[in-house]
Write a protein that binds this ligand. Structure first.
Ligand code: CO
Length: 465
């Protein structure tokens, strides 16, 4: 690094330090002292205890002694939460007893992020704009169903492995759990994510542009372990995976994937997988388009060729409009990233410090670097990556930024460990031709742009106009 570069970095660090000092409300020591209440005394061994202060009346009398704050807006709790009265002073009233929730917790009544379902209710999108770290809460993981969410009794569910095998097998969930298991943190992405954004900016928010990607810790049995039990006959080259949903969702999977990192998973983020994620068991093919990780998995049939099912011929093939031909069996989700804050439909309160943050991921391995531009792609700077950077997992990136209050376009560009860099829309269109009306541009991983206007409002914008 040259002296000039390091001087510039020093100046930038000093400017950020100064901007950070302007955040929050400066108070005097006297004002701070007024926040200290008598209730704190019970925390010190030699001071009068709270019980003594209340004249020995104890907790029973204390409950309900203080006021309840009026709740603005609806008194109905958001999904996943329970509405409770809010005491005026939470230090003056005994809190709720454990067990009141029946033993399964809920989120705060003040948190309201939910999945957004498309009008046909066939897909729901994770609220990436308000996420933290890389794990998607199970209740906010994106969904894509082809025949709704089936209700399956795990006691009656079976997984059958047959076809070009030496010993056809049937396993219950209890059987499956007896095999050695692994836990891996992987992203999953629908191959249609951002597909409608290829020609122009359409959706207002990052939830609606990029929300068909999520990350969970998945626990299950390597499929290779199960295939070792059945054995494989000569010629075994593909496996048909079939779901127990109303669509009987089926996809053909190359045997090499089944023998490498494929899993049959039954747990997500430390508990049983959610019904909408395939309860009681699903296939999980790391780094591949989401729909091939068949949910509600009930059958695996080994064969010598692909089955050319509906969902891999009429759907989930990529029409190359330049040649009129279609790409088939395009499995891997290539490197991609998006800035989640600031993002579409947000409004920055004014010039000053902001931490630009977002997510990057690649179906081919680890993210090597993420660059951020705040001037419409003219200059790019390295963002910090949150450790640990895991393969085939979302990686959180962060970039400190002082917005000067003038219009700006912010972008992120991911590069994975294979050296592949996220393309522009123009590059993708040159490769595969423009999107024809009525079709869907699968595997769309172009660089996303958000424009920040002078008034701080953030909008989805498209580099091609
Ligand atoms: Co594909």
């Amino acid at each position: 690094m040259s002296t000039k570069d390091s001087d510039r970095d020093d100046a930038r660090a000093a400017a950020i330090e100064e901007a950070l000092g302007g955040i929050g409300q400066r108070i005097s020591e006297a004002e701070a002292a007024s926040e200290v209440c008598e209730c704190k005394q019970g925390m010190f061994a030699l001071a009068a205890t709270r019980r003594q202060l209340f004249g020995g009346a104890g907790l029973v009398a204390a409950v309900g002694m203080t006021g309840v704050l009026p709740r603005t807006g609806a008194a109905k709790a958001p999904p996943g939460a329970v509405e409770y009265p809010v005491p005026a002073d939470s230090t003056k009233e005994q809190g709720r007893m454990m067990g009141e929730d029946g033993g399964y917790g809920s989120r705060s009544q003040f948190e309201s992020d939910v999945r957004w379902a498309n009008p046909t209710r066939t897909a729901s999108f994770a609220p990436l704009q308000n996420g933290y770290g890389v794990i998607t809460p199970s209740g906010l993981h994106y969904e894509r169903h082809h025949g709704g969410i089936p209700t399956i009794d795990p006691a009656r569910h079976r997984l059958v492995l047959h076809g070009l095998v030496d010993r056809p097998m049937k396993y219950s969930l209890a059987d499956l759990k007896r095999f050695p298991t692994v836990s891996r943190t992987y992203f999953m992405e629908c191959s249609g994510t951002t597909g409608s954004e290829i020609m122009k900016a359409r959706e207002p928010t990052v939830q609606r542009t990029h929300g068909l990607v999520s990350t969970s810790e998945w626990t299950g049995v390597p499929l290779s372990t199960l295939l070792r039990q059945t054995g494989l006959k000569p010629g075994a080259a593909w496996v048909l995976a079939e779901g127990a949903d109303a669509a009987v969702m089926t996809r053909s999977v190359p045997i090499d994937k089944c023998l490498s990192d494929a899993l049959v998973v039954f747990a997500q983020n430390g508990e049983a997988i959610r019904p909408e994620q395939g309860y009681p068991m699903r296939l999980f093919l790391p780094g591949w388009e989401g729909n091939i990780s068949i949910k509600w998995l009930r059958r695996l049939e080994v064969s010598d060729k692909p089955n050319y099912t509906r969902e891999e011929t009429s759907k989930y093939t990529d029409l190359v409009t330049k040649t009129g031909k279609a790409r088939m069996f395009t499995f891997t989700m290539e490197a991609k990233s998006v800035i989640t804050f600031p993002s579409g439909d947000m409004k920055l309160p004014g010039a000053g410090f902001y931490e630009i943050t977002g997510l990057a991921w690649s179906g081919r391995g680890k993210i090597a670097r993420v660059e951020v531009s705040t001037d419409s792609g003219k200059n790019w700077s390295l963002a910090a990556l949150q450790d640990p950077v895991l393969p085939i997992c979302q990686t959180r990136f962060r970039f400190p930024w002082i917005w000067d209050g003038t219009p700006a376009v912010i972008q992120s560009r991911a590069t994975d460990e294979t050296g592949y860099s996220q393309p522009t829309h123009q590059q993708l269109i040159e490769e595969r031709g423009p999107l024809e009306s009525g079709s869907l541009f699968y595997h769309m991983n172009a660089i996303q742009s958000w424009a920040i206007a002078r008034d701080g409002s953030v909008k989805n914008v498209h580099p091609l106009g």
